[in-house]
Design a protein around this ligand. Sequence first.
Ligand code: ADP
Ligand code: MG
Length: 323
Amino acid sequence: EHIANQIAAGEVVERPASVVKELVENAIDAGSTKVEVVIEEGGLQSIRVSDNGSGIEPDDCEAAFYRHATSKIQHGRDLFNITSLGFRGEALASIAAVSKVTLTTSSNDDGLGRKLIIEGGKLITNEDTAASRGTSFIVRELFYNTPARLKYMKTIQTELGHISDYIYRIALSHPNIGIILRHNENTLLQTIGNGDLLQVVAAIYGTQAAKAMIPIQAEDLDFSMQGFVSLPEWTRSNRNGISTIVNGRYIRSNGLNHALLRAYHTLLPINRYPLVILSLTMHPSIVDVNVHPAKLEVRFSKESELYPFVEQAIHAVLRQEVL
Ligand code: ADP
Ligand code: MG
């Protein structure tokens, strides 16, 4: 059972950012409105993810670490169940197999909860403890028992970059959740969680950037879109400021990127890019994830309608500003 978990762990847990991703997704799944991520040394020393969600019942804590343990029912074949296929109920088991995990959780408001310590897949502690409602995972010494994997870790700065990229995407796609990211005592991100997307933009890109954003809203038969696009005079040297969210999930689509860049075509200097955050809503059947789930790549069955819709809507608001 230990060996099986270590092999499976390699698939789910590639680097510290994978741990952050799985723990934060669990926190969101648990209905949390606040999620705090505190990491040390790029996550190689420790990763703590705390939430104010449902918590885990004391008697369910140990089982949550078994492989294929999941309390989540799989519905149909919608976009994002497919994305995580293969990892269902494997994340905690895989993480615990290659690190030292402390879980503290409470599923009610009586101040009592449960604490578990698991090291290298082995249960060390399972006891009652004082805890407020919600869940906190601390993952220490990732890959301490898999030296081959540890050798592949890049610098602290690189690992931190992967973590913050992921947290920014989560913050942009979940403006209703207050998200905090701290690294070695520095606060890298703090969002309020009141649904104000522009506040998230300001927290990530700065208040000057947020001031340069124009709201956009458009709708047709198949799609609705809202978000913010930057004024043409506000530019960046790379495309990292382009975020696309479909049905609440952060995605990547080259076609969509090209469409929105076409709207800026004559307005930007060569090799300069806008800041764009677009949130699209459409029927899930229009979205095809079979392209590259791990990389968030999607394709759209109605792309010949979607791309012009996006381009024209952005073009229209930009023209209004430029005139
Ligand atoms: P999955 O998310 O696919 O169900 P995981 O291994 O990630 O599998 O988690 C196993 C189970 O542990 C979840 O189904 C859930 O019941 C419980 N769990 C994990 N994290 C949390 C959390 N932050 N809050 C509440 N329950 C959690
Ligand atoms: Mg999970």
